[in-house]
Each structure stands twice: as structure tokens, then as C-alpha cells.
Design a protein around this ligand. Structure first.
Ligand code: FE2
Ligand code: FE2
Length: 157
């Protein structure tokens, strides 16, 4: 059995986990060069999320919702997760934008930045786990190799 579509999504999750590992280290010291490093990793996370969510929301989720009505509640839960991730990510972006280049954030904003960063870290990890154990496992059981291949072909960058 081959799983081109779900394997592609899983591979992207592994890339995200590596980014989150770097992010985790940088959250501990968001000042000076550390703030710049954190902002750089955060921008990569956002870019990766945008592409990944577009594939899931534009191709993968609708295909599964259409073929497998039973997964509907699961899909709306996953879409809610995406919304939460986007909201937390926007709040973090807004805060990072308040730091002018070369200047550190005041301590209260630094604390808020860390807490938003950790919230984002948790939301993404939790979502990946739920998606892989739920919808992706379900898709692996239900989709034949042809459907997997056709979906993968539609999920190109
Ligand atoms: Fe997702
Ligand atoms: Fe995903």
C-alpha cells in the first residue's frame, strides 16, 4: 500500500517539529541577537504553516470530507485548531513588529512574547499529534493507492 498524500503531510510535520525545536531553544532568551534569531525562526514557521495549511484546507480536508462523511466532526475540530494557531501566530507577529531593529523589548513584552511562543509551540505539537492519529490514520485505512496519488499530485507547492 502506498500513502503519497499522507506521507507528504507527515514529512512536512517532521520539518515543522525541527523548526519548533529551534524555536524552543530561542524562546528562552528573546533579546539582542536571540530576538533576531527567534524572529527569523518564527518567520520560517509562519511560511511553512501557510503552505501546509493551504494544502490541508484546500485539498486534503475537503477530499476527505467529501469521500468520508464520517470524518466531518474531526475535520471541523482540525479547522478550529488551524484558526487558533493563526490567531496565536498573528498576536506573536504583532508583538515582534513592535521591536525596532537593534532594540530589545521591555521585560513585560518579553514575557508576553515567550508565553505566546510557548502557546504556539503547544498548539502546533498537539495539532500534529491529533491529525496524525486521527484523520491521517483514517485516510491511510480508507483511501486506495490511486486516491492517495491523485491527492498528492494536487498538493504541490
Ligand atoms: Fe492541520
Ligand atoms: Fe498537518
Amino acid at each position: 500500500m502506498s500513502f503519497p498524500a499522507t506521507d507528504q503531510l507527515r514529512a512536512e510535520h517532521r520539518v515543522m517539529e525541527r523548526l519548533l525545536e529551534r524555536f524552543e531553544g530561542e524562546l528562552g532568551d528573546p533579546q539582542g541577537k536571540g530576538l533576531f534569531a527567534l524572529a527569523t525562526t518564527f518567520a520560517e514557521i509562519q511560511k511553512h504553516l501557510t503552505r501546509h495549511f493551504a494544502k490541508e484546507e484546500g485539498v486534503f480536508y475537503p477530499a476527505l470530507a467529501a469521500e468520508l462523511g464520517a470524518a466531518d466532526a474531526e475535520i471541523s475540530k482540525l479547522l478550529d485548531d488551524h484558526t487558533q494557531v493563526r490567531e496565536t501566530s498573528s498576536a506573536m507577529e504583532a508583538l515582534l513588529n513592535q521591536a525596532s531593529p537593534g532594540t530589545d523589548l521591555p521585560i513585560s513584552q518579553r514575557a508576553e512574547l515567550s508565553s505566546l511562543g510557548w502557546a504556539l509551540w503547544n498548539l502546533i505539537h498537539h495539532h500534529i499529534e491529533e491529525e496524525e492519529q486521527g484523520l491521517l490514520a483514517f485516510a491511510d485505512r480508507k483511501l486506495d493507492a490511486g486516491s492517495q496519488t491523485r491527492l498528492a499530485a494536487r498538493m504541490t507547492d
